[in-house]
Design a protein around this ligand. Structure first.
Ligand code: 8YV
Length: 320
């Protein structure tokens, strides 16, 4: 290619990331961070060699058909369930993601949600702000212990491992469910069990598996019914792994005690039934939202694109 390749960056990115990309590409960005309707994305992407996308951009066969020149899709996220990787591979289109740079920040948020849900932080703060705090009582707002409890981690990848490491500081037993044994299980002091056993034995459960057809509604009515009385469920992975309607029901009728959610089935819409239950802490998909982490993600996507433009090996390719 004699000309600079054409790149579309679908969302506003940090100025230093634009600077990194600019010399290598004919760049179209989205400085206003406008939410483009699907047709606009298809239209803007149509003549592009490269795309820098995020989780809300669906990269499917329809989009690929509309982009005959496309050679690389770099997503500024670690999850890539929004990309049809097999369809990209068939067409020789490379795909890259952003592992590692968000691991610790996302594990921190998982931990924050666990603590907040177990100790009823959102619920009690709302109550305090409403001016309802008149007296103290021994049995007021009793929550669940986190320290010394058994933690169940579903998905023992990078983020699962980072959560398990934190659990040691809270003297917790760690169970995990994963397709294959984690190579670091001895170091983490974690024991691999079947999902049903994990749900029955863990005091608290954190979900960190990728979203795939196999993990769709992995946690539904049946699984929620198996959980321990008062247990906390945290989802920092993807909406759709939990059946949100079933969860809202279980939060009302038990046995689980509370939940902490960062992701939802129809993001950014939240199931109204979840908004009505007091014992759930809700955050708007902020797992990776620290400056260092988000800058790291955007820069890693840019580094992949620059490597591609220079004919160098990709930094973090995704394989079909
Ligand atoms: C992103 C995430 O913030 O990287 C991922 O897969 O879920 C988050 O870190 C989000 O996907 C932005 O689209």
């Amino acid at each position: 290619m004699n000309r600079r390749p054409k790149l579309l960056v679908t969302r506003r990115v940090f100025p230093e990331v634009v600077e990194r990309l600019q010399p290598h590409f004919e760049l179209e960005g989205n400085a206003d961070d406008a939410l483009w309707p699907r047709e606009e994305l298809l239209r803007r992407a149509a003549d592009r060699d490269a795309l820098f996308v995020v989780g809300s951009d669906r990269i499917d066969r329809e989009l690929l058909d509309a982009c005959p020149q496309l050679k690389i899709v770099a997503t500024g996220t670690v999850g890539y369930n929004h990309i049809d990787v097999a369809a990209c591979a068939e067409r020789g289109i490379a795909v890259t993601n952003t592992p590692d740079v968000l691991t610790e920040a996302t594990a921190d948020l998982g931990w924050a949600l666990l603590m907040a849900a177990a100790r009823r932080l959102s619920e009690t703060e709302r109550w305090l702000r409403e001016g309802r705090w008149n007296s103290w009582a021994f049995d007021q707002f009793l929550g669940a212990d986190v320290h010394g409890a058994t933690l169940g981690i579903v998905g023992m990848g990078r983020i699962g491992s980072a959560i398990a490491r934190r659990a040691r500081g809270f003297s917790m037993q760690v169970l995990y469910h994963n397709r294959s044994p984690a190579p670091n299980e001895a170091e983490l002091g974690a024991r691999r069990v079947a999902l049903d056993e994990l749900l029955r034995s863990a005091d608290h459960v954190v979900l960190v598996v990728p979203y795939t057809p196999q993990t769709h509604h992995l946690i539904g009515e049946r699984e929620l019914a198996m959980m321990k009385p008062g247990a906390v469920l945290v989802n920092i992975a993807r909406g759709g792994i939990v059946d949100d309607a079933a969860l809202a029901k279980a939060l009302r009728s038990g046995p689980i005690g509370a939940a902490g959610l960062d992701v939802y089935e129809n993001e950014p819409k939240v199931n109204p039934a979840l908004l009505e239950v007091p014992n759930v802490v809700l955050t708007p998909h902020i797992g990776s939202a620290t400056r260092s982490s988000r800058l790291g993600m955007a820069m890693l996507a840019a580094e992949n694109l620059v490597a591609w433009a220079g004919g160098q090996p990709l930094r973090t390719p995704v394989s079909a």
